[in-house]
Design a binder for this molecule. Structure first.
Ligand code: GYE
Length: 334
């Protein structure tokens, strides 16, 4: 009996050791074959951006890819250095969200020479050779602007013989969300009002770089110049700047959401709360959950090559406004 017990123990130990060896071998195999993705993010200026980063990192890691992450701290030179370090490291793919759209050509040429595919996410790049990146993955910024404009034109559809003045608070210059949101908005507010003589016009434009503090500063200045009274609608290119503008408005008699119609873009949790409180009127969603789209594009590229990837991949988005059933708004994760 004792012999049987010793035998059993010995067998268990041997199986355990064999098991360990097998695990070790698989681990070694995986790390040898593991796909490395360099991910250069432009900064951390908003909750939207933080969620965007988290979404991409977690989806890629869940897929078993190794992610080298770098934060560009809103500095293009830094992003260029980060991308160069990925090239030196010979990563399998580069994912990058450009701070603005110009002057990427030289570094993208370096990546192309090294044979590394580039996936541009969120903002666009402006390059003369389109083969320098494989695809662009992100929102339709123009559709976001259209949705904002549509809310405003519907809001005034029963009005008559009026000119509606809009103050546009724009994001960072030379970025596609800024000029496309603007373009989309202006396109829609031009809708024909001839029958009841209503004109919706962008009276003034202020720049807040997508940053809360800057949004607050420029609106404070505008209020100090005595110009805010003439404004009916504030159209802000992102929630952070809207939050800054709301802080500035606290020192006035203007009641946001009532005396001033406010339309914001992103749909961060904080802004959805303001919508529910009636402080803002419309929040156009900008979807930061790009991760799954990025992961799918990379996996598809690895399995089927560059020809299997569309040039433009849109993420889905919606719009929330004061006239909707707030229970329909999905919980926000940013
Ligand atoms: O709307 C904003 C962020 O590029 C679409 O950047 C993005 C914008 C987003 O700072 O909140």
């Amino acid at each position: 009996m004792r012999n049987i017990k010793i035998g059993l123990l010995l067998w268990l130990c041997l199986s355990f050791l064999a098991g360990c060896q097998a695990v070790k071998e698989t681990t070694a195999e995986t790390s040898e074959e593991s796909i490395v993705i360099g991910f250069s993010q432009s900064g951390t200026e908003s909750s939207w951006r933080k969620r965007h980063t988290e979404s991409i990192r977690t989806e890629l890691e869940k897929e078993g890819y190794e992610v080298l992450y770098r934060n560009g701290y809103m500095n293009q030179e830094r992003q260029i250095q980060d991308i160069r370090s990925f090239i030196v490291y010979q990563v399998d793919a580069i994912v990058f969200t450009p701070i603005q759209e110009n002057n990427w050509e030289p570094i993208l040429e370096e990546a192309a020479q090294a044979g590394i595919p580039v996936f541009v996410v969120d903002r666009h790049v402006n390059v003369s050779d389109p083969s320098l990146f494989l695809t662009h993955i992100g929102p339709s910024f123009k559709a976001e602007g259209n949705r904002a404009g549509l809310y405003v034109s519907n809001y005034y559809k029963e009005h008559q013989n009026e000119t509606i003045n809009v103050l546009e608070l724009t994001g960072l210059d030379a970025t596609s969300p800024t000029y496309l949101r603007s373009e989309g908005f202006r396109e829609t507010i031009k809708r024909d009002y001839a029958h009841n003589n209503v004109t919706i016009q962008v009276k003034d434009e202020l720049n807040g770089d997508f940053i809360r503090r800057k949004g607050k500063e420029v609106i404070e200045q505008y209020i100090a110049e005595g110009k805010m009274e003439q404004i009916d609608v504030l159209f802000s290119h992102n929630d952070e700047m809207t939050l800054g503008a709301l802080e500035a408005l606290e020192k006035t008699d203007i009641e946001p959401g009532k005396d001033l119609v406010i339309v914001s873009i992103d749909a961060q949790k904080e802004m959805i709360d303001k919508l529910k409180q009636g402080i803002v009127n419309c929040v156009v969603e900008c979807n930061p959950d790009a991760g799954v789209f990025v992961k799918n594009a990379i996996s598809r590229y690895l399995a089927r090559g560059a020809d299997a990837i569309p040039r433009e991949i849109y993420v889905h988005e919606t719009v929330f406004s004061s006239d909707m059933d707030f229970d329909q708004i999905p919980p926000r994760n940013y």
